[in-house]
Design a protein around this ligand. Structure first.
Ligand code: ARG
Length: 428
């Protein structure tokens, strides 16, 4: 290419953001590769478009039923110079899901954040792998409409400002039909027919989401076909099941008395809960990028573990801690949702969550029945609870019923005064 041509090409390209990859300097790309249609088309497209080498990175984050060997082989068949697979399940559970459990994390009151929790780890492993393989650019399959682009671009730019980011779906203007045509033309295997786009699915150890197609029709009940992890509650067994989860320092450590590592515990709880119809959430969500969206979530393990954790935490914390923590929890959930994993405030909040969770030790038994999760037994050496002291009609321990009238007199003093001096005005 002559100097003149090069100048005219680079003057055409106008980056919107500092971290966007400059087409003229893309030479070795780390592609986040799932093995699906979008990222397979991307693998070829990047080689064609930029004459670049591509290293693929595929991550096992506990997605059920994946054939990892097949994904690696497909990447190599499509021209990847290297295809890397990392089993990230332990790290995901320990460093991302566990803090979420300690924070009782639910965004918008219902979404246990599994996708959002996975993104910062994906970005971190992508940066590490890109560096190890001498890549200058990281490419991913996010669209320009979702939260995931915010989480990945933002985290990559935070961790390494020398790496460029490419999001081909944001720029290539191919619809699904064009992608399929491109795939056929380039010898990329296409599963199934061409009829309509499938749901957009994202899953990991902590849950599974489905978006798009008729799910977007708010006026329609979910098609039962969407649900792959959770049995429809009405078809769940007629006999309930009881699960006892043991906690140490806020971390689930045993199931029905058997000590288990976090990954296995989550998997086992998820299976049993799914069978009993537990963990479906039909959620209207405020995306970071301004849109509202409807998501169908299946998060059976999260439904049980978060309920058990919250239950035990309530028992060992004071009224003041319990009231204070819920505000911090929604802040935590928002930062995670918004992809601001490296925001210092999250670290500050985690310090508080850890401090409270030192005392979250004990066992909670949950009854699962046709979609419901009901805590039925609790036991903790740190429970701020004394059956004798709370008994009706009795005085005992450190509680005195004789002291109550004095307490009530002082506790209600300001409210009573205000009512008197304002003569009930404006306080209907
Ligand atoms: N709405 C959820 C979130 O923003 C789920 C996103 C699922 N992502 C996907 N690529 N299908 O975290």
């Amino acid at each position: 290419m002559s100097d003149a041509e090069q100048t005219s090409e680079s003057s055409e390209w106008q980056p919107t953001a500092s971290y966007e990859a400059d087409p003229a300097s893309v030479s070795k790309v780390l592609l986040l590769y799932s093995g699906g249609l979008d990222t397979s088309v991307m693998l070829k497209w990047i080689q064609d478009q930029y004459q670049a080498e591509v290293v693929t990175l595929t991550l096992d984050m506990g997605q059920p039923g994946e054939d990892w060997d097949a994904a690696l082989e497909k990447a190599r068949d499509l021209g990847a110079v290297e295809s890397v697979l990392i089993d990230a399940r332990e790290e995901f559970a320990r460093d991302y899901v566990l803090p979420a459990i300690k924070a009782n994390a639910l965004y918008g009151g219902g979404y246990p954040l599994f996708t959002a929790l996975g993104r910062p780890l994906i970005a971190k492993l992508a940066v590490e792998t890109a560096r190890a393989h001498g890549c200058d650019t990281i490419a991913h399959g996010c669209t320009g409409k979702g939260n995931d682009q915010v989480r990945l671009d933002g985290t990559i730019a935070t961790l390494d400002s020398d790496l460029g980011v490419l999001a081909p779906v944001r720029q290539w203007k191919m619809g699904r039909e064009e992608e399929i045509a491109y795939a056929r033309e380039h010898g990329i295997p296409v599963k199934g027919g061409t009829e309509g786009a499938p749901y957009s699915i994202d899953d990991n150890l902590w849950g599974r989401s489905s978006e798009g197609r008729e799910i977007e029709d708010l006026d329609s009940a979910p098609d039962p076909e969407v649900f792959q992890l959770v049995t429809r509650p009405e078809l769940a067994p007629d006999e309930p099941v009881e699960l006892e989860i043991g906690f140490e320092a806020g971390c689930p450590v045993s199931l029905n008395g058997e000590a288990l590592g976090l990954v296995e515990l989550i998997e086992r709880v998820g299976e049993i809960a799914g069978e009993h119809g537990v963990g479906i959430v039909d959620h209207i969500e405020d995306r970071i990028v301004g849109l509202k969206v409807r998501d169908l979530y299946e998060a059976p393990a999260a439904a049980v573990i978060l309920t058990a954790h919250r239950e035990l935490e309530k028992l060992v914390c004071t009224i003041h801690q319990n009231n204070f923590k819920s505000g911090l929890e929604s802040q935590w959930a928002y930062l995670c949702y918004a992809g601001l994993w490296y925001e210092p405030l999250r670290g500050d909040l985690d310090a508080y969550m850890d401090s409270v969770n030192r005392w979250v030790e004990g066992r909670v038994t949950m009854r699962l029945y046709k979609g419901q999760v009901i805590p039925i037994k609790r036991n903790s050496p740190y429970a701020l609870y004394d059956a004798g002291m709370a008994g009706f009609g009795e005085s005992g321990g450190s509680f005195s019923q004789q002291a109550s009238p004095g307490f009530i007199e002082l506790f209600t003093l300001q409210t009573r005064l205000a009512h008197r001096v304002r003569d009930g005005k404006g306080e209907e």
